[in-house]
Design a protein around this ligand. Structure first.
Ligand SMILES: C[S@@+](CC[C@H](N)C(=O)[O-])C[C@H]1O[C@@H](n2cnc3c(N)ncnc32)[C@H](O)[C@@H]1O
Length: 247
C-alpha cells in the first residue's frame, strides 16, 4: 500500500494551518463544528474513536459531554503533540496512527467520529469496512468531509476558484465523475486529497451494510454570516458534506 501523504508534518503547512485555526472565525469554527455537534447523539458513557483528531478539540468536547473514553488518532506527530498539550484529559488516549491502519486497533466503539479527514484517505471502501468492524452493535459513524463539488476540479492553483458572470460569482466545477487523487495548493503546493462523487460516497456505505441516518450539506447560520460575511457563499457552493450512519 502507498504511504499516505503526511502534510500536517510539513512545517510550513502546519504553521499556516495552526495560525488559521488560532485566528478563529474560520469555516471550521463557524460552519463545520456547529453542524457536527448538532448531529451528535447523547454522549454519556460512550466509547468514541476520533479519526484524524487534529489538535483534539472535539475529543476534549466528547469528554466534557460525558463520554466514557476517547481514542484519538492522527497521522501527524505535530497534531498529536499539539493535542496532548492543549486538550489533554484522563480518558483521552492520543496516538500517532494513520486511518489506513485502524484494523490494528483492539476493542469496540459506540461512536466513530471524524472531522474533515476522510478526503485524505485513498481507499474509502477499506476505511468504511475497517470502521464497521470497530463499531459495536448499533454503533454510529458520524463524519464530515470536503464536499465533492469542492474537491472535483483538477484546477487547483487557488483553493476556491471562481469566475464572475453578470457580476455574480460562479464557482468552477469540473471532472466531477472522475474519482481519484487531486493535487492542490493549500498553504504549500502538492497537497493530496481524494475526490469521490456523491453516489460513490453514499453507495459505498450502503454496500458495506451501513444504515444511513442523516446526510447534510453545509449552510451558514445568520450568526456565522454576521461574523464573516464571505460564508454567504455556502448557498452557492457548500464546502462540506456530513454523513451519519449506523451499523
Ligand atoms: C483538516 S484537519 C482536521 C483536524 C480535526 N479533526 C479538526 O477538525 O480540528 C485533518 C486532520 O487529518 C489528519 N490526517 C490526514 N491524513 C490522515 C490519515 N491518513 N490518517 C490519520 N489522520 C490523517 C491530519 O494530520 C489532520 O490533523
Amino acid at each position: 500500500m502507498d504511504k499516505p501523504q503526511n502534510i500536517y508534518d510539513n512545517e510550513k503547512f502546519y504553521k499556516d494551518y495552526r495560525d488559521m485555526r488560532e485566528k478563529g472565525l474560520n469555516a471550521n469554527e463557524l460552519i463545520e463544528i456547529p453542524i457536527m455537534k448538532d448531529m451528535l447523539p447523547d454522549l454519556k458513557g460512550k466509547r468514541i474513536l476520533d479519526l484524524g483528531c487534529g489538535n483534539g478539540g472535539m475529543s476534549k468536547y466528547f469528554i466534557e459531554k460525558g463520554a466514557k473514553s476517547v481514542l484519538a488518532i492522527d497521522l501527524s506527530s505535530n497534531m498529536i503533540n499539539e493535542a496532548k498539550e492543549k486538550n489533554n484529559a484522563e480518558n483521552i488516549t492520543y496516538v500517532v496512527l494513520g486511518m489506513e491502519d485502524i484494523s490494528k486497533i483492539e476493542g469496540k466503539f459506540d461512536i466513530v467520529f471524524s472531522s474533515l479527514a476522510f478526503h485524505y484517505v485513498k481507499d474509502y471502501d477499506k476505511l468504511v469496512k475497517d470502521i464497521y468492524n470497530l463499531l459495536d452493535e448499533n454503533g454510529i459513524l458520524i463524519y464530515s468531509q470536503e464536499h465533492p463539488i469542492a474537491t472535483a476540479s483538477k484546477y487547483h492553483k487557488e483553493m476556491k476558484s471562481y469566475i464572475f458572470l453578470d457580476e455574480k460569482r460562479y464557482y468552477v466545477v469540473s471532472n466531477y465523475n472522475e474519482n481519484g487523487e487531486r493535487k492542490m495548493f493549500w498553504n504549500v503546493d502538492g497537497v493530496i486529497k481524494y475526490h469521490r462523487n456523491f453516489s460513490y460516497t453514499i453507495n459505498t456505505l450502503i454496500q458495506n451494510k451501513y444504515n444511513l441516518l442523516e446526510v447534510r450539506e453545509s449552510t451558514a447560520s445568520e450568526e456565522a454570516i454576521k461574523l464573516n460575511s464571505k460564508y454567504e457563499n455556502q448557498n452557492d457552493r457548500p464546502y462540506f458534506l456530513f454523513i451519519k450512519a449506523s451499523k
